[in-house]
Design a protein around this ligand. Structure first.
Ligand code: 5GP
Ligand code: ZN
Length: 116
């Protein structure tokens, strides 16, 4: 596993910073967002550091698939059967604020489209 010292999500992945983890495995974990934007707002991250989806899919596309599978598992665990959204922000214009790739799993209410 490759981590980056000053990365917030690497610190959550290694347990240095606590988080409300709902499911985890050898390569990924899912934990509740500290500032939820919906009744269910969970972040799915790899244990290894990748800046964003572009870097992840270039370096480890199989892991990208595993992260999406974990996001689906989160939706089942959180009983989001009536619908939910998986979002990943890439770069400044999308508002990415943590440079460790993560998928937001949002649900538990009706979600508007298009996003802002
Ligand atoms: P982004 O803006 O990069 O797409 O998403 C980063 C997310 O990380 C935000 O939704 C933000 O609320 C969440 N976040 C930031 N710091 C922490 C933290 O220390 N713990 C948890 N659980 N979530 C965090
Ligand atoms: Zn990291």
């Amino acid at each position: 596993m490759s981590t980056v010292n000053d990365c917030l999500f690497c610190k959550i992945a290694t347990g240095v910073i606590p988080a409300d983890i709902i499911v985890e495995n050898d390569h990924a974990l899912a934990f509740r967002d500290i500032d939820p934007k919906a009744p269910t707002h969970v972040l799915v991250i790899p244990r290894s550091h990748f800046a964003d989806v572009d870097e992840l899919t270039e370096r480890d596309p199989d892991l990208a698939g595993k992260l999406l599978a974990l996001a689906s598992e989160v939706a089942k665990l959180e009983a989001l059967g009536t619908g939910y959204r998986i979002v990943t922000n890439i770069g400044e214009d999308a508002g990415q604020s943590v440079a460790h790739v993560h998928f937001h799993v949002l649900g538990g209410r009706s979600l508007t489209w298009p996003p802002g």
